[in-house]
Design a protein around this ligand. Structure first.
Ligand code: SAM
Length: 329
């Protein structure tokens, strides 16, 4: 009865981009000159899509973007999602990925509306380095305040995602180790993928899982702990048991075989893989007044075409038809 693709992977995790706009211009993600490229749908349309996926067996919905906290109506959306229940009657797991710039004001209202968890993207724990990466001044203080507000609002454990680029911010590894312990957050390093607007990716620029573990030992050695099969991050604690680090390694240790994700873009296209070269236009069907049954049929066909794996770093690699900021990470 669960939504399953032809490789037997259960699809339980829906990521919805609710806006293509972003207030940051992170150098490894955006060109710095290009703005939003894709329209937004009314919130009620995203909710309809979520309801259909939940009816098919999705148990977790993550709101992303662009920058999701820019979207008016996000509190109502979280509140409505909070009314939905999974197949087995459990409340839906509702998460947000955000750059954290507006989180200090929104953490408590989001928690009150029913948000389960928040992941904050942060690629440096030094204010000048942070400004160099995001091209936004005074962002670091705001994001730190956002993380602390999320903790006070009970959105624990707050996860902090960091993308490392060799020769750019990789000297931050040990500082992030200290940050994880001092701020009581789970810091997760993500290997850089070829999904940027400026096409700067090369295998050499990727700081891999093995290297991160090795270099973190300069601060304190890590010990791997168990992670669930469907979890993307390998989990580690410091050798004294205090502080958790995760490493998401799609490049050096791909986990496509356990992928449980499907994405919907801000303009209502289903993407079955970050690296998809084609999309499934659910929005067009909705505009034509399709019934729920028709939409479910369309979703099932799309899932049936989910790619087996990505081909990062292989000869003949074909770039995804959209970059990360326009997909929703
Ligand atoms: N604005 C929100 C934020 O900053 O979290 C949500 C969208 S952002 C595109 C989602 C995540 O994708 C961020 O953690 C960002 O660091 C990550 N990201 C962007 N480009 C990436 C890439 N090429 N490889 C790996 N992660 C990337």
């Amino acid at each position: 009865m669960f939504l399953t693709d032809k490789f037997g992977r259960r699809i339980s995790d829906l990521r919805i981009s609710i806006t293509d706009r972003c207030n940051y211009k992170c150098v490894y993600c955006r060109s710095g000159t290009d703005g939003p490229q894709f329209p937004e749908m009314p919130i009620r349309d995203y909710l309809r899509i979520a309801r259909l996926f939940v009816a098919l067996g999705v148990t977790k919905v993550r709101l992303t973007g662009g920058e999701p906290l820019l979207r008016k109506g996000i509190l109502d959306m979280v509140r409505e999602l909070g009314q939905m229940h999974t197949f087995d009657g459990q409340p839906l797991d509702i998460a947000i990925t955000t750059n954290g710039h507006l989180l200090a004001e929104l953490a408590q209202p989001l928690s009150d509306a029913g948000l389960s968890r928040v992941t904050v993207s942060m690629d440096a724990v030094d204010r000048d380095e942070f400004a160099r990466i995001t091209r936004i001044r005074n962002g670091y203080e705001r994001v730190l305040a956002g993380i602390r507000a999320a903790q006070r609002a009970g959105l624990n454990p707050v996860k902090v995602n960091c993308v490392l680029l060799r020769g750019f911010n990789d000297e931050q590894i040990t500082a992030f180790g200290r940050f994880a312990r001092e701020e009581a957050v789970v810091v997760r390093f993500i290997e850089f993928m070829p999904l940027e607007e400026d096409r700067v990716w090369s295998p050499e620029i990727v700081v891999t899982l093995d290297e991160i573990v090795r270099r973190m030992a300069d601060f304190m050695p890590l010990r791997e702990i168990e992670h669930q099969r469907s979890e993307t991050a390998r989990r580690y604690v410091f050798e004294d048991g205090e502080g958790e680090i995760g490493i998401i390694a799609p490049v050096s240790h791909p986990f496509c075989g356990h992928c449980s994700r499907v994405r919907v873009t801000s303009d209502g296209k289903i993407r079955t893989c970050l690296f998809s070269v084609r999309e499934h236009d659910l929005a067009a069907l909705m505009e034509r007044g399709a019934s729920d049954d028709r939409l479910i049929d369309f979703i099932l066909r799309a899932i049936d075409q989910k790619e087996e794996r990505h081909h990062i770093g292989e000869p003949g690699f074909v770039p995804a038809s959209r970059t990360m900021v326009h997909i929703g990470g």
